[in-house]
Write a protein that binds this ligand. Structure first.
Ligand code: SF4
Ligand code: SF4
Ligand code: SF4
Length: 266
């Protein structure tokens, strides 16, 4: 029996599966997508008993969880502890958006920066939270599924929920954004001397940014074995510096580079 069949049977008995949407270090942008666009919310409400979602309702739920959606990066020991406790109560965990999956924009903060900002703003009033360099949730707990992007898209969210309900894992495209961009017959921004990261970035957004004239900044994460050196070389041929490419890469993927740099200095 698929999860969907099981959940439907439970819903018929008046025992809808429970869903908790929890936020860590995030801007609430991904939950705004879910709440604002009614198709996503309706797909959730239809099947689940939503027990907690900061942006839409009050209160904290403390019972067992069938599906736990997590938005945001982990920024301190207190959140890591909370995350481990949530994982113990949850059957299925989904990382929602680039912050939760990759560290995302909060992940740009270097080690010590969160503590410095916290001390500067709150001083002695904040104690014992143990702030650290923001990191993705899979570094703390096991994750069962991911919805990519910053922010996520409605289409991705609905599709991911359907796949999960059918008992599968949301699609992890290994193709780069360029493959979608070419199919849309977009002109290539690299040829115009603009740093675009589509060649190393996971597809699935239908080349959203280049299709409207913006560069791809890798918000869906890097493809496996991303050909970074090839991108640096091609970019250089068009007058784009490696530093410009790297600066953009680090906007959503700083944690990826931090881990490599830590390994190299050991
Ligand atoms: S992934 Fe982007 S939109 Fe979503 S919470 Fe993080 S910063 Fe906000
Ligand atoms: S514009 Fe960007 S995504 Fe499109 S083909 Fe060029 S590098 Fe790839
Ligand atoms: S084009 Fe790149 S930055 Fe834009 S939505 Fe797609 S993956 Fe994200």
């Amino acid at each position: 029996m698929s999860k969907l069949e099981e959940y439907k049977l439970r819903a018929e008995r008046g025992d809808k599966p429970t869903l908790v949407y929890a936020e860590l270090g995030s801007c609430d942008g991904c939950s705004m997508i879910i709440v604002n666009l009614d198709t996503t919310l309706l797909a959730l409400v239809d099947v689940f008993d939503i027990k907690q979602m900061r942006i839409a309702m009050r209160g904290v739920y403390e019972g067992p969880i069938d599906v736990l959606m997590l938005e945001g990066a982990v920024t301190c020991e207190e959140e890591a502890l909370e995350l481990r406790e949530l994982r113990k109560r949850a059957d299925y965990v989904i990382a929602v958006g680039a912050c939760a999956e990759l560290g995302g924009i909060p992940g740009m903060a270097p080690a010590g920066a969160v503590k410095k900002a916290q001390d500067g703003a709150f001083g002695a009033h904040v104690k014992g939270q143990g702030p650290f360099a923001p990191r993705p949730i899979h570094e703390i707990i096991k994750v069962d599924g991911v919805i990519h992007g910053c922010p996520i898209t409605t289409a991705d969210a609905v599709r991911a929920i359907r796949v999960i309900l059918a008992g599968g894992r949301p699609d992890y495209s290994d193709r780069p954004v360029c493959t979608e961009c070419v199919l849309k017959d977009n002109g290539c921004l690299l040829l115009e001397g603009r740093a675009c990261l589509g060649a190393v970035t996971r597809a699935g957004c239908d080349a959203g940014c280049p299709s409207v004239g913006g560069y791809c900044w890798a918000c869906r994460g890097l493809v496996p074995d991303a050909p970074l050196n090839a991108l640096y070389n091609i970019a250089e041929l068009h007058g784009i510096s490696k530093a410009d490419i790297e600066r953009k890469l680090r906007m959503a993927n700083q944690r990826h580079f931090t881990l490599i740099e830590e390994k190299e200095t050991k």
